[in-house]
Design a binder for this molecule. Structure first.
Ligand code: DGY
Length: 320
């Protein structure tokens, strides 16, 4: 059988690149930047598979441009960049990379929570800037993490992994999820279920873990910030648009909440100037899955998915 033709939008980790180069005829533009819309439209024209990123918009027009496309393999667990119903209508498989980035993303949520609560970045700037004059009783006092209350918006794989970290800090774990977990699992994880409107008021930390859909866009906004404690810290490692960013800026400016740790933003890679200037906000450039091992595992799954889809087999992580 001829090698499948695959359009790859960005360079993947080494092992995944090697497999793709050996097992496919690779089509690409410049692997060190995202292709433009026109380059994407041209790129998919005569290929069996598209291996793309969450930054590549895959809509009906793009799928139509790829008249031979059998599979769209997303190098991510999230797939809000892809019009999945449009792909299904065209009998094109859509795949993602679940499971392998769970712990790594939970670690990132935890890193942001700890950094925001304990003012690590402010401390770093103070020391680095040569302005530290010695130990002080009232310098950079933060929020206690151990024993605090955390609320989870969503309770999928990554939320559960984050909850395990929180449990190790003897925190009280509240959660809301579209579907309540079985009581046994709640017990096992030490979780207390709350209705959405009752989740926020008691939390010292709120961590977002829902996929981005129409229903979750701006799920957390002004109303929720009004309910939160003045000291509460919001953590988002899921998707930026789940939080109404203008409302978040206002809540931080008006000290309705105490701070935030953000790995994702509403209009990536643009980050609101107000957020960039606030000391009580810790910012990261969408690093949730960014470890060497995790990115390699994501690559391996994305390549498996893409090659299987091109062969006409059912890809291991098919979404549709
Ligand atoms: C994902 O996989 O959806 C993350 O946002 C990036 O790894």
């Amino acid at each position: 059988m001829d090698k499948p033709r695959i359009f790859l939008t960005r360079r993947l980790p080494e092992q995944s690149m090697k497999r793709l180069q050996q097992q496919a005829d690779l089509v690409h533009v410049d692997l060190d930047r995202d292709p433009t819309r026109q380059e994407l439209l041209d790129g998919v024209r005569d290929v069996d598979g598209l291996l793309c990123l969450l930054t590549n918009k895959v809509d009906a027009a793009l799928l139509d441009a790829g008249s031979r496309l059998k599979v769209v393999s997303n190098y991510a667990v999230g797939f809000n960049n892809i019009d999945v119903p449009a792909a299904t209508e065209r009998n094109i498989a859509v795949t993602n990379t679940p499971g392998v980035l769970t712990d790594c993303t939970a670690d990132m949520a935890w890193a942001l929570l700890m950094a925001a609560a304990r003012r690590v970045v402010e401390g770093d700037h103070l020391v680095r800037g040569g302005q530290w004059t010695g130990w002080e009783p009232l310098q950079l006092l933060g929020q206690e993490v151990s024993g605090a209350t955390i609320g989870f918006v969503g309770m999928g794989r990554i939320a559960k992994a984050t909850a395990k970290r929180a449990a190790a800090f003897e925190m009280r774990l509240l959660y809301w999820n579209r579907t309540r977990l079985a009581v046994d699992e709640e017990k096992q994880l030490g979780l207390e279920y709350r209705e959405f409107d009752d989740l926020f008021a008691d939390c010292d930390f709120v961590s977002i873990h829902v996929a981005l859909t129409e229903a979750t866009t701006h799920l957390v906004g002004a109303k929720q910030f009004e309910q939160m404690k003045e000291s509460a810290i919001l953590i988002n490692t899921a998707r930026g648009p789940v939080v109404d960013e203008r409302a978040l800026v206002r809540a931080l400016q008006q000290q309705q909440i105490g701070g935030a740790g953000l790995d994702v933003f509403e209009h990536e890679p643009t980050v609101a100037d107000e957020l960039r200037s606030m000391a009580q906000v810790v910012l990261a450039p969408h690093l949730g899955s960014a470890t060497i091992a995790t990115r390699e595992k994501m690559g391996s799954i994305a390549v498996d998915n893409c090659l299987a889809g091109c062969r006409g087999d059912d890809p291991p992580q098919r979404i549709n």
